[in-house]
Design a protein around this ligand. Structure first.
Ligand code: BES
Ligand code: ZN
Ligand code: MN
Length: 516
C-alpha cells in the first residue's frame, strides 16, 4: 500500500513538475568589477557625454561610442535607444537613454523594460552612477527587465529559439553596491516577477486547459516549498453545505463543478487579523443564457484575471516572507449556457441567506464574489478586504487600458489606493459608489437584483458591497480594462498583463510596515 502511494505520489509530482512557467525567468548577476571587453553590452546614458564606467568603456574603444552618439545627435531622452553593431571588439553596443530626471522605482522598472526590449542575448548592462536615490537600483532595473521579458510560446510547435537563446544566459548588471541589488532582487523582487508570470500564465491559457480543477492544479505546486502556507480546496459538496448558492449558480451550465481555492499565508503573529484578497475566477465567460456576442469572446478565457492575480500575489508575498497575515480566496467556475444553467429572473440564495434575483446571467462575477466575500468575513475575520475582478465592460470603457477602476465606500481609501497604484506601476482611478447605487439594486421579489438600470461598474460594486460589512475597510478593483493589453508598455508585453500582482504587493508592503 505504501509503495503504491509512493508511486502515485511520484507520478503526480512528475506530471506537475512539467507545468513550469510558460517561459523561463531571466537570471541576473550583479557585478561592479571586470568591465566587459567583448560581446553584447548595454550602456545607459543621459546624453552623448558618457560618465563613470561607460566613459571607461568608451576610452577602451578609442571614443568610438561617444563619437557615434554625437554623430546621431543622441538626446539621452528616457527610453531612447541606439544600437551599434560595428564598435569592435564588441559584438553589439546598445545605448539606452535614462533622461535627466531623477529615477524613482517605477522609472527604474521602465528602464529595465526598455533594456529587455532592445537586447537579445548574453548582455552586460552598464548601469552605474544613475541619477537615483532608490536603494539597490540595479535590482529594480532587473525587475523591470524580467517583467518585460515574459513570453508564452508553449503551444507553438517549434518556439522561435533564435530569439530566446541569449536570455537563458545570465544578464550581467554592472551596478553600484552590487551585493545590495543581488539581495534585494533574489530575496524579494524576483518573487513579484514570479507571481506576475504565474498570473499571466493562468490568464493566457485557453479555457479548454484552465477550468476550476486545473487552475488549482497549476497553483498548488508553486506553493509546495513555501513556508507558513495553508491551502484549502472547497469542492461542490462543501460549497453547498456552506449555503453558497450564488457561487454554485455560476457553474450550473458547465461540465466543470465550482471550486473555491483558499490560500492562507501566516507571516505575522497568529492572532493578528488577516488582509483578505478575493479574486474573481471565471475560467471562461460565455455570458451563459444571456449569451455574449461572438466577436472577441475568446478573450473571456482571461475572466479569471482577479483570481490569477490573487494567486500570484500570495506566491510573491509568501516567498518574500512579508511580515503580515493574508488570506486569498479564489472562487472558480465557468459561465456556460445549458439546459440546467441559471436564467435571467431566477432567484438564488447566497451564503448568509440574502437572495439575489438574476438580472443578466452575464453578470456572473458579482455572484461569485457575493458568496466569496461572505465566506472571507465569516471564517477569517479580516481587518481589510480587497476584491479584484474583471467585472464590467463599463470599467473598461471608462478607464481605458492604463487605469484599473477603484471603488470604495470611503474616499480616503480610494485616494490611498491611487497612491499605491502610482508607486507600484499599476495605476487606479476612482469611480463613484453611493447610496443611489444600492437603491437601484433593490429587487421586487428578492433582496437584491444583480443588474439594474443601465448597469455599470458602480452597480457591480454595489452588489458585492451589499455583502461586505459597512465597517470593514473594503476596496473593489474592477480590472476589466487593464488585465489584457493590446499594446505593450515598458514593463508588460502585449497580452495578459498579470495586472494586480504589483499593485497588491505594494499594498501588502505598506500594510506590513504599518504593523511593525
Ligand atoms: N467578464 C465580463 C466583463 C468584461 C467585459 C471583462 C469586457 C473584460 C472585458 C463580465 O462578466 C460581464 O459580462 N459583465 C457585463 C455586466 C452586465 C451584464 C451588467 C458587462 O459589463 O457587460
Ligand atoms: Zn465575467
Ligand atoms: Mn459576464
Amino acid at each position: 500500500m505504501y509503495l503504491l502511494k509512493s508511486i502515485i505520489f511520484l507520478a503526480v509530482s512528475l506530471m506537475l513538475s512539467h507545468q513550469t512557467f510558460a517561459d523561463k525567468m531571466p537570471e541576473f548577476q550583479f557585478h561592479s568589477k571586470d568591465l566587459p571587453k567583448s560581446g553584447d553590452i548595454v550602456i545607459i546614458a543621459t546624453s552623448s557625454d558618457l560618465i563613470g564606467k561607460s566613459a571607461e568603456i568608451d576610452k577602451f574603444v578609442n571614443n568610438q561610442i561617444s563619437i557615434a552618439l554625437s554623430k546621431h545627435e543622441f538626446s539621452g531622452d528616457f527610453g531612447n535607444a541606439l544600437i551599434f553593431n560595428a564598435i569592435s571588439p564588441f559584438h553589439k553596443v546598445t545605448i539606452i537613454g535614462a533622461g535627466t530626471e531623477e529615477l524613482n522605482k517605477r522609472k527604474l522598472h521602465d528602464l529595465g523594460g526598455h533594456i529587455a526590449s532592445k537586447s537579445e542575448g548574453n548582455t552586460v548592462v552598464i548601469a552605474e552612477d544613475l541619477n537615483t536615490n532608490v536603494l539597490a537600483a540595479g535590482a529594480h532595473i532587473a525587475k523591470g527587465f524580467a517583467l518585460k521579458n515574459y513570453k508564452f510560446e508553449k503551444y507553438k510547435y517549434k518556439a522561435d529559439s533564435s530569439k530566446n537563446d541569449l536570455k537563458t544566459l545570465p544578464i550581467i548588471m554592472h551596478v553600484n553596491e552590487p551585493d545590495k541589488s543581488d539581495q534585494n532582487y533574489h530575496n524579494d523582487l524576483v518573487h513579484v516577477v514570479e507571481g506576475t508570470y504565474l498570473a499571466r500564465d493562468l490568464g493566457t491559457e485557453p479555457g479548454n486547459i484552465i477550468y476550476p480543477d486545473t487552475f488549482i492544479e497549476r497553483v498548488l505546486p508553486k506553493f509546495s516549498n513555501v513556508q507558513n502556507i495553508k491551502i484549502h480546496i472547497m469542492k461542490e459538496d462543501e460549497i453547498r453545505r456552506e449555503g453558497m448558492g450564488v457561487l454554485l449558480g455560476t457553474a450550473r451550465g458547465s461540465i466543470h463543478d465550482a471550486r473555491m481555492l483558499i490560500i492562507e499565508y501566516n507571516g505575522a503573529e497568529k492572532e493578528k487579523a488577516p488582509l483578505a484578497l478575493v479574486g474573481k475566477g471565471i475560467t471562461f465567460d460565455t455570458g451563459g443564457i444571456t449569451l455574449k456576442q461572438n466577436s472577441g469572446m475568446w478573450y473571456m478565457k482571461s475572466d479569471l484575471s482577479g483570481a490569477a492575480a490573487v494567486a500570484g500575489t500570495l506566491l510573491a508575498s509568501s516567498k518574500r516572507g512579508e511580515n503580515i497575515n493574508i488570506v486569498g480566496l479564489m472562487p472558480l467556475s465557468e459561465n456556460m449556457p445549458a439546459a440546467d444553467a441559471i436564467r435571467p429572473g431566477d432567484v438564488l440564495t447566497s451564503m448568509g441567506g440574502k437572495t439575489i434575483e438574476i438580472g443578466s446571467t452575464d453578470a456572473e462575477g458579482r455572484l461569485q464574489l457575493a458568496d466569496a466575500v461572505q465566506y472571507a468575513q465569516k471564517y477569517f475575520n479580516p481587518y481589510m478586504l480587497l476584491d479584484i475582478a474583471t467585472l464590467t465592460g463599463s470599467a473598461s470603457s471608462a478607464m481605458g487600458s492604463d487605469y484599473g477602476a477603484v471603488l470604495t465606500r470611503d474616499w480616503d481609501l480610494s485616494m490611498r489606493m491611487m497612491k499605491i497604484g502610482k508607486n507600484s506601476g499599476e495605476d487606479v482611478w476612482p469611480l463613484p459608489l453611493n447610496e443611489g447605487h444600492f437603491e437601484q439594486i433593490k429587487s421586487n421579489i428578492a433582496d437584491i437584483v444583480s443588474t439594474a438600470g443601465r448597469p455599470g461598474a458602480s452597480i457591480g460594486a454595489a452588489v458585492i458591497g451589499t455583502f461586505v460589512d459597512e465597517n470593514l475597510p473594503w476596496v473593489h478593483l474592477d480590472i476589466a480594462g487593464v488585465d489584457w493589453r493590446d499594446s505593450p508598455t515598458p514593463t508588460t508585453p502585449k497580452g495578459h498583463a498579470g495586472w494586480g500582482v504589483r499593485f497588491m504587493n505594494e499594498l501588502i508592503r505598506e500594510e506590513a510596515n504599518k504593523l511593525e
